[in-house]
Structures are given as structure tokens and as C-alpha cells.
Design a protein around this ligand. Structure first.
Ligand code: SF4
Ligand code: SF4
Length: 294
């Protein structure tokens, strides 16, 4: 007699690994920023020492300092050497894997994603679909306007032009009373909108996300879909926080991909080894190099 057996439970390592990395970075940045802010107020935390200012661990400060560093050999005001080192490391990672800093490391991205989980519970399938497609498509280029504007202002003034509206700085410094009103407002808007739209700040406004997103055009390891084994179930499309149509792509080249790997066979796609992070061709034939945001 055949005894029915339970289907084997497929262990999905990547989502858990990513969640662990996100929590690790969130806690680390919170501890460093808090001890740094306390040290500025003359309060030393035992064991943790003086921490560091958020500027010292923000790679975007390094990015906007590149021009001044190349032309005058100095850094933009408040930017530390460590920011430049982090910016170079992030650059190398982006060349290889795309915007992994956005998808795995950035605490502001993680907070938006965690709030998005709540939004998904409230709105179900309607979540992340509230913005009309035509408007959404245009809004996604807004972050490049922000990137150009911030870079220009920083180069012209030698000061961190984004600081006054930066929700990332506000997230960890709100309690200090040293946050500009505009950045507190942007943070509040970001958190509220995250209940309706997944990662609204990343999609529409983040200048560093815009910079990182450019690497999707030529990264070495890309998100690849094997058309030969795809069953066209669209699970990858539904899983993508950035609304990218993975199910029609050979290689995802969309500038909005954050390398979260949520669409892969390790997470959403039900067919093994059909959506994966890989270099070169995975289908043995040229693929559609797109994967447009819906
Ligand atoms: S295409 Fe895949 S890796 Fe890129 S953002 Fe969407 S789900 Fe994440
Ligand atoms: S989830 Fe996998 S099988 Fe389904 S459409 Fe996407 S690539 Fe194809």
C-alpha cells in the first residue's frame, strides 16, 4: 500500500539571510548613531565608546565628495574619510551585484519595507498598486532630478546640500532635537506612504538610490530569468517590491532593481533555477534585456 507522504518543505535561505543582514545593519547603525549623538552631548556610553556621526558611515557623503576630492583634494564639510572608503566599497559591490546597499543594507530602506509588511496586511492585493501606472512611470525619474540637484548644490557650496531634507539622518537623530524640520517632515511622509506604496522614498526620491540604480545597466551579476523553464505564473512580478516585470525579462536591467532577490527561485519563483542571480547568459540564447517597472 502506498502511504501518502507530506511534500518536502522547501527551505528558503536567501530571504532569511537577507532579513538577518537588514536587522544587523539597522541595529549597528542605530547603536553607532546614538552613541555618537550622546557623545556630542558629553555622555559617554560604557563599552561602546564615542560612536560616530551618521555622516561618517554614510557612503552618499563620499559620493557627493568625489568631485571636490578630485579637483581640490578636500572633502565636503562634515564628510569623513570613512565615507569615501564606504562609497568606494559600495561602488565595487554595485558594479558586481547592483544596488545591494539599497536592498540589503540601508536602514531607511529596511524600515520602509517593514512598514510595507503592515500595509500589505491592511490592503492585501491592493497594496503597492495605488499609484496610477503612467504617473508612477514618470515619478520614478524624479530621484534623478534630486540626484542632479543635490550634487550641483554640494559642488557649488562645499556643504552637504541633502542634509536639510534627509530622512535617513532624521530617522536616527529625531530624539536629539538637531533635525531640520524639513527632514522630519520627509521622514514622516516616507513612513506613512510606506503603508500604501512599497519603498516610496527609494522609488521616487532617494538620490543615492538613483546613483546606485545606474549600475543595473551594466552590473556583472544580474537577475536572470530562464524562459525555457518559466511557466508564466507571474509570481516573480508579484514579489518584486519595485514593481518590475521580471516575467518578461531575460536579464533585469531596470534602474529600479534593488537586488533584493525576492523574485528569484530561492524566494518567489516556484520553478527551481529559473530566476537567479548570475553572470552571462543562463538560457544559452540572448534574452530580452529589460524587465520594465509596471
Ligand atoms: S527584480 Fe528581483 S531583485 Fe530586483 S528589485 Fe525586483 S524582486 Fe528585487
Ligand atoms: S515566477 Fe518563475 S515561473 Fe513564474 S513567471 Fe516568474 S520566472 Fe516564470
Amino acid at each position: 500500500m502506498n502511504v501518502p507522504t507530506k511534500p518536502a518543505v522547501k527551505r528558503k535561505v536567501t530571504p532569511w539571510l537577507r532579513r538577518g543582514v537588514q536587522i544587523l545593519f539597522f541595529v549597528s547603525v542605530a547603536v553607532v548613531a546614538t552613541t555618537g549623538a550622546l557623545a556630542e552631548k558629553g555622555i559617554a556610553v560604557p563599552v561602546l565608546g564615542e560612536g560616530a556621526s551618521l555622516h561618517a558611515i554614510c557612503p552618499f557623503g563620499g559620493v557627493v565628495s568625489f568631485w571636490q576630492l578630485a579637483t581640490a583634494g578636500t572633502l565636503v564639510k562634515k564628510v569623513h574619510d570613512s565615507s569615501v572608503v564606504l562609497a568606494v566599497i559600495a561602488l565595487a559591490l554595485s558594479l558586481l551585484f547592483g544596488p545591494v546597499i539599497c536592498g540589503w543594507v540601508c536602514p531607511l530602506g529596511s524600515v520602509q519595507e517593514w512598514l510595507g509588511g503592515l500595509g500589505r496586511k491592511i490592503f492585501g492585493k491592493r497594496y503597492n498598486g495605488f499609484v496610477p501606472k503612467k504617473l508612477d512611470r514618470v515619478l520614478r525619474y524624479l530621484r534623478y532630478v534630486v540626484l542632479i540637484g543635490v550634487s550641483y548644490m554640494t559642488i557649488m557650496t562645499g556643504k552637504l546640500a541633502f542634509q536639510e531634507v534627509d530622512p535617513y539622518f532624521a530617522l536616527f537623530n529625531l530624539w536629539t532635537g538637531e533635525v531640520a524640520l524639513a527632514s522630519a517632515v520627509v521622514l514622516g511622509l516616507t513612513l506613512v506612504l510606506s503603508l500604501f506604496v512599497e519603498r516610496p522614498f527609494c522609488k521616487y526620491a532617494c538620490p543615492y538610490g538613483a546613483f546606485q540604480g545606474l549600475f543595473n545597466l551594466f552590473r556583472v551579476f544580474g537577475i536572470k530569468r530562464k524562459a525555457a523553464t518559466c511557466i508564466d505564473c507571474k509570481a516573480c512580478d508579484r514579489a518584486c517590491p519595485m514593481n518590475i516585470e521580471v516575467s518578461t525579462a531575460g536579464t533585469v536591467r531596470d534602474h529600479q532593481c534593488i537586488s533584493c532577490l525576492k523574485c528569484t527561485s530561492e524566494a518567489a519563483c516556484p520553478v527551481p533555477a529559473t530566476v537567479l542571480l548570475a553572470a552571462g547568459r543562463v538560457d544559452g540564447k540572448p534574452g530580452n534585456e529589460s524587465g520594465e517597472a509596471r
